[in-house]
Design a protein around this ligand. Structure first.
Ligand code: 5GP
Length: 116
């Protein structure tokens, strides 16, 4: 059984966060340390530690993460200019919180994708 992270507490509203969206599968909230004018995290409500742990049973939630990111990008007014969706995995991917999450980052030109 994977160990819960702070994100499970945010999903259950046990600790404060700027939650923008929640349904039965996913929750979206603003990143506490934004790297761009818009920086939102979209997470499955179910604890999945890394993208290595996803299963075919998770495909609905994973698809929902993208449709919610798309909606939030439109809500934030960055859809037309564009944005980046990022999922980090494990140490080399720079993952800090072991509950998978998609970063929705935008609001300025992000430049070429940085690898390293
Ligand atoms: P990772 O490096 O795992 O892909 O990204 C984790 C993200 O979670 C970081 O951007 C970090 O700022 C954010 N984060 C960590 N703890 C909290 C928290 O308690 N609340 C919120 N809203 N974001 C958090």
């Amino acid at each position: 059984m994977a160990e819960e992270t702070i994100f499970s507490k945010i999903i259950r509203k046990e600790i404060p966060a700027d939650v923008l969206y929640q349904d039965e599968l996913v929750t979206a909230f603003r990143d506490i340390n934004p790297r761009a004018p818009v920086h939102i995290l979209v997470v499955p409500n179910k604890l999945i530690p890394t993208t290595n742990d996803v299963d075919t049973d998770d495909e609905l939630a994973l698809g929902r993460m993208i449709t919610v990111a798309k909606k939030l990008a439109a809500d934030e007014g960055i859809a037309e200019d564009g944005y980046r969706l990022i999922m980090n995995c494990n140490q080399h991917g720079g993952q800090e919180v072991y509950h998978i999450h998609m970063h929705l980052v935008g609001g300025r030109a992000l430049g070429p994708m940085v690898v390293g």
